[in-house]
Design a protein around this ligand. Sequence first.
Ligand code: KPL
Length: 318
Amino acid sequence: MNVAIVGAGALGSLVGGLLARQGHAVWLYNPSNVEHVKAIQARGLLIETPEGDVWRVEVPAAAQIYEIPGPVELLGVFVKVYATRDALERAKPLIAPNTWVLSLQNGVGIEELLRRYAPAGRALRGTTAQGATLVAPGRVRWAGRGPTRLGPLSPEALDEVALNELKGIVRALDAAGLEARYEPDVERALWEKLLVNAAINPLTALLGVPNGRLVEDPELRAILRDVVREALPVAQAHGVPLAPEEAIALVEGVCRATARNLSSMLQDVRRGRPTEIDFISGPIVREGERLGVPTPLQRLLWRLVRWLHPTPAPRPPR
Ligand code: KPL
């Protein structure tokens, strides 16, 4: 399979590198981290596995889109969620009528964009619990394994041949080590992950603590639970079938499983980068308004994160 990874940072490089190891023809593209690209060009991509091995993967990398021979069969979009439109615009030359466009990005709100740029029915969306950190240019730490779920945003537009092709992609991602499963209900999967991110990411970013502290400290744990309880009815309206205690168990379980991790939002804050808050708290507050579900805690978290770390997307809370 011909693959291009647009936004080959930590997770994108890991996914691309794992596919390349399986023999797929992968290109990594990263216009904003030229050092990373140069390091991969010079000595390959190094992947530190969760078991402590280091794999060296020969995979071509580019900082300019025109260097990549297109079109590709699979375009993986791994940029920060607020940079999706730019990334898709740049990647246009790689997209042909048979290209699948896959996003495993955090948050909710880019689905229309993906539909617009992908050929009919070929926009794929999903979530992953795989952990990756860029430890040095050209070197990615595979910080932890976890399930990857993906499916089509417009399943009704796919015939059986296309659906089988898509299931082949899921199998390829699974064989590469990503624990990938076909997800027929993408919306439910996205909103379940959104609930987790909306609870953990703003709190850790504002407090400057690793994920585990949110359950180890009794006061923070009580706050975390309140945030989950408040957002849950909005997630339920989008198909998440969890009862309050189950939702709390899910979020606390992620805090424990990733106890020493810094959330992606805290990492963004520490690196002085814009955060993804508009696509995490934003959908919960807006959907809450539409549904008549008050979400004052989420609104406050959104405003505080934005106040501390302005984001480029013009979506301020009201
Ligand atoms: O997805 C994450 C993130 O940091 O964005 C969690 C699950 C919170 C892990 O850190």
